[in-house]
Write a protein that binds this ligand. Structure first.
Ligand code: SF4
Length: 303
């Protein structure tokens, strides 16, 4: 076995540590960053890119915000096999999706070992023992997936059994407190971003919106950016997005079926061509001059 591995790299503290641990074990690393349609959590792409560059590691970006990958991801969102969290987040299925893609990439590259910075018990839905083993099995990575931060609490991987990875130099971190990770970051002398919950799918307040948009197949490459901005309404099976500020007006105005902004009146997107009149009413209701009474008419349609 070549000392080469593919690292699932979000750019957050855990994946940075995983990178350092594998480097310490003499591995050549290719890190994989998943650009996900609704945000990925910890770190952004630039920050991941900078860290990888600093560490001399290649960064491959898997872009799931367009084309076939977006379609596949939306299917996962629509029909999760392993349930959802507090929002519509299908964390176990989402991770299976990413690990399957990582496996495809690893197989293409002829790399056996996949590494992830997951920590046992750190996230309630996807990082308990059973969920971690489901992810491993369902993505076809049994024995090939190493989680160096919690490895001593998990079954041995093939790489450990064959002696390519020294198990005694791996860790037994468990739980949500990050004390041990912070100590390790000091040991490795690395910086790291603060954790930030960046996945919109976890937002309870957006659950209804996403469920409706998915049910009616309204999310696609073009409309993706609209799902994340503005006020949303669903009236007679038509989806409307009303801008809340100038920036959102600009985004909305790039699309078709739009009432453009005008002197204190927000831009409005409507997805059914024949609903222009309703869009104009929404624009009036949400203009600066409007009254709560005008808006009340639309409150039951809010997504
Ligand atoms: S929070 Fe869950 S659904 Fe969102 S990116 Fe992470 S694993 Fe996927």
């Amino acid at each position: 076995m070549e000392k080469k591995c593919i690292l699932m790299f979000s750019g957050g503290l855990d994946s940075r540590l995983a990178l350092k641990i594998m480097q310490e074990q003499g591995f050549e690393i290719i890190s994989l960053f998943f650009r996900l349609p609704f945000g990925e959590g910890c770190c952004n792409e630039n920050c991941s890119f900078n860290f990888s560059q600093l560490e001399g590691v290649k960064l491959k970006i898997i872009d799931c915000t367009k084309g076939e990958l977006l379609k596949e991801y939306l299917e996962v969102l629509k029909h999760p096999k392993f349930g959802r969290g507090a929002g519509i987040n299908p964390c176990i299925d989402c991770r299976i999706f990413m690990f399957r893609k990582a496996k495809e990439f690893a197989d293409e590259q002829g790399v056996e070992l996949i590494v992830s910075g997951e920590v046992l018990g750190e996230r309630p839905m996807s990082q308990h023992k059973k969920a971690m083993s489901i992810v491993e099995e369902e993505s076809g990575l049994k024995g090939r997936l190493l989680r160096p931060l919690s490895a001593k609490l998990l079954p041995e991987t093939n790489a450990e059994k064959k002696g390519f990875v020294a198990r005694d130099k791996l860790y037994d971190i468990r739980g949500r407190r990050r004390t041990k990770q912070i100590e390790l970051a000091e040991k490795f002398n690395i910086s790291y971003p603060n954790p930030a919950g960046g996945c919109l799918l976890c937002e309870k307040a957006l659950k209804k919106r996403f469920l409706v948009l998915l049910k009616y197949d309204l999310i696609n490459e073009e409309a993706l950016e609209l799902t994340k901005i503005g006020r949303h309404f669903f009236i007679d099976e038509c989806w409307f997005v009303v801008a809340r500020n100038e920036n959102e007006c600009k985004i909305i105005e790039k699309h078709e079926n739009v009432i453009i902004s005008d002197k204190g009146k927000p831009a409005v997107y409507y997805h059914c061509k024949d609903k222009e009149q309703v869009a104009k009413e929404l624009q009036e209701a949400y203009s600066k001059e409007s009254s709560p009474g005008l808006r009340k008419k639309f409150s039951k349609f809010i997504l």
